[in-house]
Ligand binder design. Structure first.
Ligand SMILES: C[S@@+](CC[C@H](N)C(=O)[O-])C[C@H]1O[C@@H](n2cnc3c(N)ncnc32)[C@H](O)[C@@H]1O
Length: 270
């Protein structure tokens, strides 16, 4: 039997999200991570698993200032998904911003809690700096091999993204977590509802770094992929999402998928 995550168990009394949605074992807060992470009760999370805005998509600032659809999607304008916020910072501002929320989020985590951050090759050096500035121990990098990407004559294909991972202080070897792979091979999801949505099975694999049944935070929830993966795998999860359209799309997606799963379970012959 699960547990409905109550706002008062997660947040200090003076911290109120714009709104929130949730059910058994999950909750998504609508608001800005920079502000909300300061308001979490200390030491409540067992892991942080997240895919922040990369503020990438080009080597020059004018390329990085394009919309998220222009940068990350090849869909025709008439089928375009909503753009998302927070993706236009330059390298210095992005690194500073990352370090700031990473510092605050560490206080909301238990000692030894793991953290996993998705990133591309351009922001890889900056994210490892930000993680360590914020006081986390950087422990390594796993690879998400997407399989396909544009071939480039005379160059290597950019067919991978990276999962920079670490921990909040020492990470005991005797945690009840098995050996995990260092490379994950999944194509981009078909019929996605978010411009940079991650495959659900990829997130189900990555969250295994958390102790069974633990409370996971995804401060950049997007379409709710981490939250859904967690709730379907016996974890508890809290997300934060600032873009209005994705707060709505993500929380509806998680609710509908979990209700459908429950319905299917109830229909199974006894
Ligand atoms: C890379 S996407 C995450 C996609 C997600 N992993 C999925 O599978 O759908 C990053 C998300 O962070 C959100 N975001 C950007 N800045 C934010 C902030 N300051 N606070 C909360 N969410 C933010 C964006 O709106 C976007 O939806």
């Amino acid at each position: 039997m699960g547990n409905t995550l109550k706002l008062e168990d997660l947040l200090k009394p003076d911290c109120v999200p714009d709104e929130s949605a949730g059910g058994e074992n999950w909750r998504i807060l609508h608001g800005d991570t920079l502000k909300l992470v300061k308001g979490f009760q200390p030491g409540i999370f067992d892991a942080v698993i997240t895919d922040p805005p990369y503020a990438s998509g080009g080597t020059k600032q004018n390329e990085r200032n394009r919309t998220t659809n222009q940068k990350y999607s090849s869909m025709k304008a008439e089928n375009a998904l909503p753009d998302f916020d927070g993706d236009n910072k330059d390298q210095r501002s992005w690194t500073h911003w990352m370090a700031e929320w990473l510092y605050d989020v560490r206080k909301a985590c238990k000692r030894g809690a793991p953290i996993c951050l998705f990133i591309d090759w351009r922001q890889y050096p900056s994210i490892t700096d930000a993680l360590q500035w914020a006081g986390w121990i950087w422990r390594g990098t796993a690879v998400w091999d997407k399989g396909n990407s544009r071939p480039q004559k005379g160059r290597f294909r950019q067919q991978a993204e990276y999962i920079v991972w670490g921990s909040n202080g020492p990470m005991p070897i005797n945690r009840p977590v098995s050996c995990l792979p260092g490379v994950f091979r999944y194509g981009n999801p078909q019929n996605r509802i978010h411009v940079t949505e991650k495959p659900l099975q990829l997130m189900k694999d990555v969250i295994q770094i958390c102790e069974p049944g633990g409370l996971i935070l995804d401060p950049f929830a997007g379409a709710g992929t981490t939250i859904l993966a967690a709730a379907e795998s016996g974890f508890q999860a809290v997300g934060i999402e600032v873009t209005d359209a994705y707060y709505k799309l993500g929380s509806d997606r998680v609710r509908i998928a979990l209700e459908a799963g429950e319905e299917a379970e109830n229909k199974e012959p006894q």
